[in-house]
Design a protein around this ligand. Structure first.
Ligand code: GAP
Length: 517
């Protein structure tokens, strides 16, 4: 991470705290690692993200319906899904520092360091050769770069093989050979790598022992699979159709850092699309494109998003790709699109003894549908929006002098507050009464905020910092002709409009429907 990206990340975390978006969980007790609470503006933004997803998936598709399943499920669910046996991360402890790490992540970070060395060589060469520089040729022919690349390929290959085969000894050997040291203490005194199951468990009140062991769901998807036939029949759906769900998931992450990027309690927005066997790749490609369009419709620049095929497929998938976002700490997974085959339904059918088949009237046959899944973390989406939207810029102040402002350029449809109503001064009752009347007219239609404290410039800055796209100022002219100024957060343009025009204009410009073209 370059210094400026590190600073940007720190700014996001402190901005979220200072402006009521996100607080550390139970902060008065010094917080709980990897758990966070959403504050007044955070919950609005998060709800808007969920709403945008729900509308795009459920409302805009006639063949997708929603559910809200329980977090607790019958323990056999997790046996059938493979999570009891295979939802593991490779864990390693440093005997000196007593710190715990994910072995695969340490190896990936080692590879990233070699990649950084290559980038350095390439940058140096680009400066040296100027316009004639052919980067692809340089990467293929420069002996040092070729050597680095060969090393990267070999490490990646060994890592992928170990991960696919669950070869923990192989990972231990790799870490030893690469002489990877503890990033905190520099010590190379490691334990063996071992598997660590990521599910949190708890106990039913009325049953003792293993029988009563319950898990907090590590993904929302299984609530959809077990309800597949209930939903198909009651919502009278025909394959292909989808079931969508938004809800909490829990994972006992070994390394949980980077703020809300990797949490132990988080929220997922998942959709399982049930298709005829053999057609799954067609729908996999369809959903890849659809989901990318969903991100781009928010105005996120295309260069901040990219597809990354999975090197290691999960135990249930025959194809998988991530949509990665350029977070301040680099490109990382934001969403996954997985072709899950008939793995889940088949396993649930076997373990429950209940048929989970669909009768296809067109083919006149029964089959277990294949599933294409789209799965995005709501908190990660929140962080992506914050990373892109939070900017510092120089703008002219009221006197036309340069001044710096911090502004959250969120898409208007996602902004927590759509419109702030500001009387020019607070000690003139006619003005505050008029402004309050405007507030009452607007607040049933979208979230508004009334603010009369401090100079108008400071109030604008406060609204900029929480991403409010429009500010309405009620001044002395308003008392004469019922006109107000409407200030645009991004262009800073101020338009004089009649009070009656505010509602339709702000409503139209902040409405989520605008994101659907
Ligand atoms: N049902 C498939 C599934 O759960 P996943 O790739 O493990 O797939 C899907 O998770 C998404 O959930 C990820 O792309 C990410 O956005 C989010 N996610 C996963 N683990 C997370 C964590 N510990 N904290 C926050 N978000 C997480």
């Amino acid at each position: 991470m370059s210094v400026s990206s590190e600073d940007q990340f720190k700014n996001i975390v402190s901005h979220c705290k200072e402006y009521g978006f996100i607080y550390p969980s139970s902060e008065i007790y010094d917080g709980l690692s990897a758990a966070y609470d959403y504050g007044p503006y955070g919950v609005e933004l998060k709800n808007n993200i969920k709403n945008y997803w729900w509308q795009a998936m459920v409302r805009m598709h006639d063949n997708i319906v929603g559910i809200d399943a329980a977090i607790f499920m019958h323990p056999k669910t997790w046996k059938a899904s493979g999570h009891v046996d295979a939802f593991n991360d490779p864990l390693i402890d440093n005997k000196d520092s007593k710190k715990r790490y994910r072995a695969d992540v340490m190896i990936e970070e080692f590879v990233e360091k070699i990649e950084a060395k290559i980038s350095k060589e390439v940058d140096k060469a680009a400066k040296r050769f100027g316009e004639t520089f052919d980067e692809a040729m340089y990467r293929q022919t420069n002996p040092r770069v070729v050597e680095y690349q060969t090393q990267i390929d070999s490490i990646n290959q060994r890592l992928a093989t170990c991960m696919t085969n669950g070869d923990m000894d192989g990972l231990t050997t790799l870490i030893e050979e690469l002489e990877i040291a503890d990033p905190v203490s520099g010590s190379r005194n490691w334990t063996e790598v071992r598997q660590f199951n990521l599910m949190f468990s708890t106990q039913l009140g009325n049953i003792a022992g293993e029988e009563g062991k319950l898990y907090l769901r590590p993904e929302t998807a299984q609530g959809i699979f077990v309800n597949f036939l209930n939903v198909q029949k009651t919502a009278r759906q025909k394959v292909p159709f989808g079931i969508a769900q938004i809800g909490k998931a829990f994972r006992n992450e070994i390394v949980a850092r980077q703020f809300i990027f990797r949490m132990r309690e988080f929220e997922q927005m998942e959709m399982q699309f049930f298709v005829r066997p053999g057609t799954e790749m067609e729908f996999y490609n369809y959903w890849k494109e659809e989901r990318m369009k969903w991100h781009l419709a928010l105005g996120t620049p295309a260069e901040k998003l990219k597809f990354k095929d999975h090197d290691n497929l999960a135990h249930y998938a025959n194809a998988a790709v991530d949509i990665q976002f350029d977070f301040p700490f680099g490109f990382r997974e934001l969403e996954g699109i997985h072709s899950r085959t008939d793995f889940d339904l088949k396993s649930h059918q076997e373990l429950s003894g209940r048929k989970l088949q669909y009768f296809d009237p067109e083919l006149n046959e029964n089959y277990i549908p294949y599933v294409v899944e789209t799965s995005i973390g709501c908190d990660r989406m929140f962080l992506a929006m914050m990373s892109h939207a939070l900017v510092e810029e120089t703008v002219p102040d009221a006197e036309g002098q340069d001044s710096t402002r911090t502004v959250l350029k969120l898409p208007a449809a996602l902004a927590p507050i759509k419109c702030a109503i500001l009387p020019l001064v607070k000690n003139k009752e006619e003005l505050t009464d008029k402004a309050t009347a405007v507030l009452h007219r607007l607040k049933a239609h979208f979230p508004c905020q009334y603010d009369e404290k401090d100079a108008i410039g400071r109030r604008y800055r406060r609204q900029d910092a929480i991403g409010t796209p429009y500010c309405v100022t009620v001044d002395f002219q308003t008392l004469e002709d019922d006109t107000v100024t409407l200030r645009d957060r991004d262009t800073l343009e101020q338009q004089r409009l009649h009070i009656d025009e505010i509602l339709p204009i702000v409503k139209e410009r902040t409405d989520m429907a605008g994101l659907f073209g």
